[in-house]
Write a protein of this length. Structure first.
Ligand code: ATP
Ligand code: MG
Lengths: 227, 385
C-alpha cells in the first residue's frame, strides 16, 4: 500500500506535423498516491489534456512508462487497454459526452454492458450511481431535457458506476455556470473524501483547482508543483 | 436489452433518412424482382417444354408451311412415337388488342403429346367429337368470361374469313409455368374449309409436333427426319421443343441482356445510397463512438453496432420488397397476360432478393465500420472539441 497508485516516469511525447516535430511533454516524472485529488493547470496548449489522456490510457507515449497499480499501461495492446480502462478508469469530459438517444439511466448503465452483471443488477447499480449524484428524479430524461450541470452529474454517475480506481476529468466545469460548477466540484470532492476515489483533473478554473489537495502546473512541457 | 435499443434508436435517429433508405432498398429490390420475373416469363416457354418432344418446321422460315403428307413419313422414323400436325392460326377476336395465341392441332395425338393440359374426360370427348369445337385455357376463359357452349368467331389474318367455333373444353395447366391463355381448334376444320375456299392452300401444316420415346436420342432422330426431306421442295428443320422455344427467345437476346444489366445496376445504385447513409451516420457520430471506445467498447463491438444498424435498415427494406413483390406481380400478370401468359415470382427471385438485401446491409456498413473501429480516441476528441 506504500507504493503510489500511479507512477509516471520519464514520460515524453511529441506530435509530428509534416516534417515538423512539436514536443508536448518532455521527460516528466511524478507519482500520484491512491486517494489523491490532483489538479493539473497550465496555459492553453501546454499539454494538460495530452498528459491526462496518457494517464487514462487513451493516448500513447513516445518514451517512458506509466504504471498504474503495478501494470505498465504503455506496454498494453489497444484491446488490452480498452479492457483496462473499463475496469480502472472513470471519464468525465468538458462537454459531458452523453449518448443523446439514451435516457440518463441508460447512459449510466452503458459501461456496465462490459461487465458480467445481470440486467437487473446493472439497473440497480445505475440507479444507485444516479442517486449518488442527486438525480434519482431524472432517470428517464434524455440529455437534451437536462441542464448542463445535470448532464455533467449524469456523466459523473457514468464515471463512477463501475467503481473505478481513478477518475479523470478534463475541464469538468469548463462549460458550466458558476453555481453548477460549484455543485460539480462539491460532488467530486465528496467522491474523493467519502469513497476514496483518486481524481486527476485538468482545469483552467482556479476556483475548481482549490478543491484539489494538490495542484501541479504544466508549462512548456515541464511540470512543477504550483505554489 | 440496452444494446439492441441503442442500435434501434441510432438507426432511426434521422427518421426521414432512415425511412428513405428503407424505402429505397424496398423499391430497388422490388424493381429487381419484377425485372427478373419478366425474364423468367420470357423463358417460361423454354422451361415448360419437354425434352421428349421435337418440332419439325420448314427450314426456310417459321412462316413457310410443310406438306401435310410429311406426317406419314416422319412416323416411320425409328424412335418416333406420335406425330401431330399443327399450325399458327393467327386469328383475331373482335379487335387486335384482344390478342391471344391460337393454333390448329390434330387433337387426338395432340392430347397424348401434351399431358400437362388437364381436361376432364367429358369435355375432351365433347371437343373431339365436334369438328368446329375449340379448347381454351383457364386464364383465357376468365379473361373473356367464356363458358362451355359459347360460340366464338375468330377473324382469320393468315386464313381469311370468319371462323365460328364452339368452346367445348377448358384446360388447366399441370404446372405453374404451363401456358393457360391459348386457344386450340381442329386442324381438320381449317383444312376442309381451305379445300373449299382456296384449294392450293389445303393439305399444309405449319409444323409437326413429335413425341419420341427416348429423350437422349433427340439429336439423332432429328437428323434422321431432316435427312428424309433433304433436296425436296420443302426442306425441314427438326429440333427439340426446347430449342424451338429458345429460337423465339434468342431473337430478343439483346433486350434480355439489357434487362438483366438494369436489374443489377438497380442493386448497385441502392448499395451506393445505403453506403452513403451509413457513412453519414458514422461520421456524425464519430465523437459518440470515441466515447464508447473510451468506456472500453472494443473495435469489434463498434463495428458490430454499425453493421447491425445497416442490416436493420437493409433488411427492413428487403422484407418490404418481399412482401410487395408477389401481389404486385399478380397485378402485372393480369395486365400483361397477353404478352406474358406465365408471370409469377419464382423462389429463386425471392432468394436473390434476400441475398442482395443482406449483401447491401453488410457492404454498406463495411467502410464506415472500418473507419469507426480505426478511430483514435484522442484525435476524435480533438476534432469534436
Ligand atoms: N494530434 C495532434 N497533432 C498535432 N499536434 C497536436 C495534436 N494533439 C495535440 N497537439 C498539440 O499539442 C499541444 C498540447 O495539446 P493539449 O491539448 O494537451 O493542450 P492543453 O494543455 O490541454 O490545452 P487547452 O488548455 O487549450 O485544452 C498543443 O500545442 C497542440 O496543438
Ligand atoms: Mg485540453
Amino acid at each position: 500500500m506504500d507504493r503510489p497508485l500511479i507512477e509516471i516516469s520519464h514520460l515524453s511525447k511529441s506530435y509530428r506535423r509534416g516534417d515538423q516535430v512539436i514536443p508536448v511533454l518532455s521527460d516528466i516524472t511524478f507519482d500520484i498516491a491512491a486517494g489523491e485529488f490532483l489538479a493539473l493547470i497550465g496555459p492553453s496548449g501546454s499539454g494538460k489534456s495530452t498528459l491526462l489522456n496518457c494517464i487514462a490510457g487513451i493516448d500513447s507515449l513516445d518514451a517512458g512508462s506509466i504504471t498504474v497499480a503495478g501494470t505498465d499501461i504503455a506496454t498494453l495492446s489497444e484491446s488490452e487497454l480498452a479492457v483496462w480502462r473499463s475496469r480502472h478508469v472513470g471519464f468525465i469530459f468538458q462537454f459531458y459526452n452523453l449518448i443523446p438517444v439514451l435516457t440518463a439511466l441508460e447512459n449510466v448503465e452503458l459501461p456496465l454492458l462490459l461487465t458480467s452483471l445481470s440486467a437487473a443488477a446493472r439497473r440497480d447499480h445505475a440507479l444507485a450511481a444516479l442517486a449518488a449524484v442527486g438525480l434519482s428524479d431524472r432517470t428517464d430524461h434524455k440529455p437534451n431535457q437536462l441542464s448542463g450541470g445535470q448532464q455533467q452529474r449524469v456523466a459523473i454517475a457514468r464515471a463512477i458506476v463501475t467503481d473505478p480506481d481513478i477518475i479523470v476529468a478534463d475541464e469538468p466545469t469548463g462549460d458550466l455556470d458558476r453555481v453548477s460548477a460549484a455543485d460539480v466540484m462539491a460532488l467530486l470532492r465528496r467522491l474523493n473524501a467519502d469513497l476514496g476515489k483518486t481524481i486527476v483533473m485538468v482545469t483552467h478554473d482556479h476556483k475548481a483547482a482549490e478543491a484539489a489537495h494538490l495542484v501541479r502546473e504544466l508549462d512548456k512541457g515541464e511540470l512543477r508543483v504550483a505554489p | 436489452m440496452l444494446l439492441l435499443r441503442l442500435i434501434l434508436l441510432n438507426a432511426f435517429r434521422h427518421r426521414l433518412r432512415a425511412v428513405l433508405t428503407i424505402v429505397g432498398v424496398a423499391v430497388a429490390l422490388t424493381a429487381f424482382g419484377l425485372l427478373r420475373t419478366v425474364l423468367d416469363a420470357w423463358h417460361a416457354g423454354v422451361e415448360a417444354s419437354s425434352a421428349n418432344r421435337l418440332v419439325t418446321r420448314n427450314a426456310v422460315s417459321l412462316t413457310q408451311p410443310l406438306p401435310f403428307a410429311y406426317k406419314g413419313r416422319i412416323r416411320q422414323v425409328t424412335g418416333v412415337d406420335i406425330v401431330a400436325a399443327g399450325g399458327w392460326f393467327g386469328g383475331i377476336y373482335l379487335d387486335e388488342k384482344n390478342f391471344f395465341p391460337n393454333f390448329v392441332v390434330e387433337a387426338d395425338d395432340f392430347f397424348k403429346l401434351y399431358p400437362e393440359l388437364i381436361v376432364s374426360s367429358e369435355e375432351q370427348k365433347a371437343f373431339l367429337s365436334d369438328r368446329k369445337a375449340a379448347i381454351i385455357g383457364r386464364k383465357l376463359a376468365e379473361r373473356f368470361h367464356w363458358r362451355i357452349g359459347d360460340t366464338v368467331t375468330l377473324r382469320g389474318t393468315i386464313y381469311p374469313g370468319q371462323w365460328p367455333m364452339t368452346i367445348r373444353a377448358i384446360y388447366k395447366g399441370a404446372r405453374p409455368d404451363t401456358d393457360e391463355t391459348v386457344l386450340y381448334f381442329h386442324y381438320g376444320y381449317l383444312d376442309e374449309t381451305m379445300k373449299k375456299r382456296a384449294p392450293t392452300r389445303a393439305g399444309q401444316a405449319g409444323f409437326f409436333m413429335i413425341g419420341i420415346r427416348d429423350a437422349t436420342r433427340a439429336a439423332e432422330i432429328s437428323k434422321d427426319i431432316d435427312a428424309l426431306f433433304r433436296n425436296s421442295q420443302a426442306e425441314t428443320l427438326t429440333e427439340t421443343e426446347r430449342a424451338f422455344q429458345l429460337g423465339f427467345v434468342a431473337m430478343s437476346e439483346a433486350i434480355l441482356l439489357a434487362i438483366t444489366a438494369v436489374s443489377y445496376v438497380v442493386i448497385a445504385i441502392i448499395l451506393a445510397v445505403a453506403a452513403n447513409t451509413m457513412a453519414m451516420s458514422a461520421r456524425e457520430r464519430l465523437g459518440e463512438f470515441a466515447v464508447l471506445k473510451t468506456l472500453g467498447f472494443g473495435a469489434p463491438a463498434l463495428a458490430g453496432m454499425l453493421l447491425a444498424e445497416s442490416l436493420l435498415l437493409a433488411l427492413a427494406g428487403t422484407a418490404l420488397a418481399m412482401a410487395v413483390l408477389p401481389p404486385l406481380a399478380k397485378g402485372f400478370a393480369v395486365g400483361l397476360a397477353q404478352y406474358f401468359p406465365i408471370f409469377f415470382v419464382s423462389p429463386t427471385t425471392i432468394m436473390l432478393q434476400a441475398a442482395f438485401g443482406l449483401a447491401v446491409g453488410v457492404l454498406a456498413a463495411a467502410v464506415p465500420a472500418w473507419r469507426v473501429s480505426a478511430v483514435r480516441i484522442a484525435d476524435a476528441f480533438r476534432r469534436i472539441g
